[in-house]
Design a protein around this ligand. Structure first.
Ligand SMILES: [Mg+2]
Length: 248
């Protein structure tokens, strides 16, 4: 937490910027390798993440979709999630170590999260469909560890629309203050990020660095749309405008 617990009037100058990981902060190459390895180890048959569109979805729902594509019924309950998350963590860490999978930071992201970290009142956080264990591995591999004091993950809820509210609550617990949803911006690369923001009455900026081109994202009606995050000044200006925080 920067400084002390904020007073009520100071909160008007506060903002939580909730970043998606895949396609927004980072891009993975051959991420299907550890995912499919962990799937086989957990469920005993070969499922393939490449048979579904994972973008914007949570890991628990991606697993269920792979079961459906394979003509099988997913296991009841959520007991498998812990086993799968552990296997996924191990597979991902090994694949990255061996260079079979790479995770790289997208242009301008490091500069942007560093700038947010130095900006009084602005807090970067994570909202991702990844299990927390894999989110941490990806952030570490991309050189982004330690920049996000709060987050919500696919291991917290299977529906992405539940995640921004969880991240906000975690920030509030950390800060010892409450934050209105209008003080939160979701930054993502898919219509599902926008849907999750709207379900929580939060603002949303979409970036065209994932599967969807800028025009496709714009047609969904986000509050802002950026080609990428390479222009730190432009990204900060956009975020401040969405949060209605005066510049300077
Ligand atoms: Mg994404």
């Amino acid at each position: 937490m920067k400084g002390n617990t904020p007073k009520e009037d100071q909160l008007k100058q506060y903002g939580l910027v909730l970043f998606d990981i895949d396609g927004t902060l980072t891009r993975s190459q051959h991420g299907f390798i550890p995912f499919n390895e962990a799937f086989l180890k957990t469920f005993g048959f070969a499922g393939d993440i490449r048979t579904v569109i994972p973008d914007g979805n949570t890991d628990p729902l991606i697993v269920e979709e792979i079961f459906a594509k394979a003509g099988r019924r997913a296991q009841d309950g959520e007991a498998w999630q812990q086993t799968f998350a552990t296997n996924l963590r191990d597979s991902y860490a090994r694949a990255i170590r061996e260079g079979r999978t790479t995770v790289r930071v997208l242009p301008g992201v490091l500069e942007l999260v560093q700038a947010l970290g130095n900006f009084p009142g602005l807090y970067p956080g994570i909202v991702t469909g990844n299990f927390e264990v894999t989110a941490r591995i990806k952030l570490e591999a991309a050189g982004l560890s330690g920049y996000f004091p709060v987050g919500a993950y696919g291991s917290d809820a299977r529906n992405r629309t539940d995640l921004p509210g969880i991240a906000k609550r975690r920030w509030e617990e950390m800060a010892g203050a409450s934050l209105g949803p209008e003080r939160c911006v979701v930054v993502g690369d898919t219509p599902k990020d926008l849907e999750a923001a709207r379900a929580n009455r939060m603002k949303c900026a979409l970036v065209g660095t994932g599967r969807y081109a800028g025009e496709q994202l714009l047609s969904c009606g986000p509050d802002a749309c950026l080609k990428d995050l390479s222009d730190t000044g432009a990204a900060i200006t956009t975020l401040l405008a969405l949060l209605q925080i005066p510049v300077g």
